[in-house]
Design a protein around this ligand. Structure first.
Ligand code: G3P
Ligand code: MG
Length: 252
């Protein structure tokens, strides 16, 4: 049976442009785009007043000038933080972006987006998934290619299904736990995004047999990229936007 249509590019820049620019900032997206990337992954949480914004960690210290829990501040305070200086002086003053601003950048340029739902805790998973999905549905309303919503937390994906049933979902896996395939199918996912060593002929075959796409994160090694491409994976999330051409080949 043929796989359903898949509107996303094969190569996806991780956290904007991974490690070359401060992750999860608009500057990182611009750098990834300058390297030819047309699809991006980012991590999204909710501010205390419910605004979806980009940050990976549950706390602010590593990637911003702030302190404490990322989701304890209102958007007004978060938006005034410096999310660039930690990476280098050239990026000083780069703010954490809202999902709204990233959506405008992607839509204006025809770029695809993979929104990783990144709740700070298990307790916050469902509400985060619901609210971010609902916001994404509004931002991409009427657009031909919706964002792909992914999460390690099934509860976040269940929330996303409630908030925006029509947006595509993907289960993220760092290991193949018992029942992983049924979890993805039960959540109505269109894809599973695996830590790259988990993908082999058997796991890719099981996914494709069940009409699910197989994506890998975070692929930075050319030999591993070739192995995965040989398996017929549907997407590779990478930090190495300067090493891998965003076309179908591998440049090294
Ligand atoms: O979405 C793939 C990848 O981003 C998952 O891991 O920790 O980089 O968000 P992490
Ligand atoms: Mg991520």
């Amino acid at each position: 049976m043929a796989l359903p249509d898949w509107p996303y590019p094969l190569w996806i820049a991780h956290r904007g442009a991974g490690t070359l620019a401060p992750e999860n900032t608009l500057a990182a997206f611009r750098l990834g785009a300058a390297h030819g990337y047309r699809a991006f992954e980012c991590d999204v949480k909710l501010s205390a007043d419910g605004v979806p914004f980009l940050i990976h960690d549950a706390t602010l210290e590593r990637t911003t000038s702030g302190r404490g829990s990322a989701c304890d501040l209102d958007w007004g305070a978060l938006s005034r933080l410096d999310a660039g200086s930690w990476h280098g002086r050239a990026w000083a003053g780069e703010p954490p972006p809202s999902l709204d601003s990233i959506a405008r950048f992607c839509l204006r340029n025809g770029f695809a987006l993979n929104i990783e739902l990144k709740p700070p805790s298990a307790e916050a998973a469902k509400a985060t998934g619901r609210a971010v999905a609902a916001a994404a549905a509004t931002l991409w309303s009427g657009e031909a290619r919706p964002p792909l919503l992914s999460s390690f937390r099934p509860e976040a994906l269940a929330g996303a299904r409630e908030g925006a049933p029509d947006l595509p979902r993907a289960l993220l896996l760092d290991e193949l736990r018992p029942g992983w395939l049924d979890t993805a199918l039960d959540l109505g996912c269109v894809a599973v995004v695996c830590h790259h060593p988990l993908l082999d002929a058997a796991s890719v075959g099981r996914l494709h047999d069940n009409r699910l796409r197989a994506l890998a994160y975070t692929v930075n090694d050319p030999a591993e990229a070739r192995r995965l491409l040989g398996l017929g994976v549907d997407g590779l999330i990478t930090d190495a936007v300067d090493r891998f051409s965003a076309g179908p080949g591998v440049r090294d």
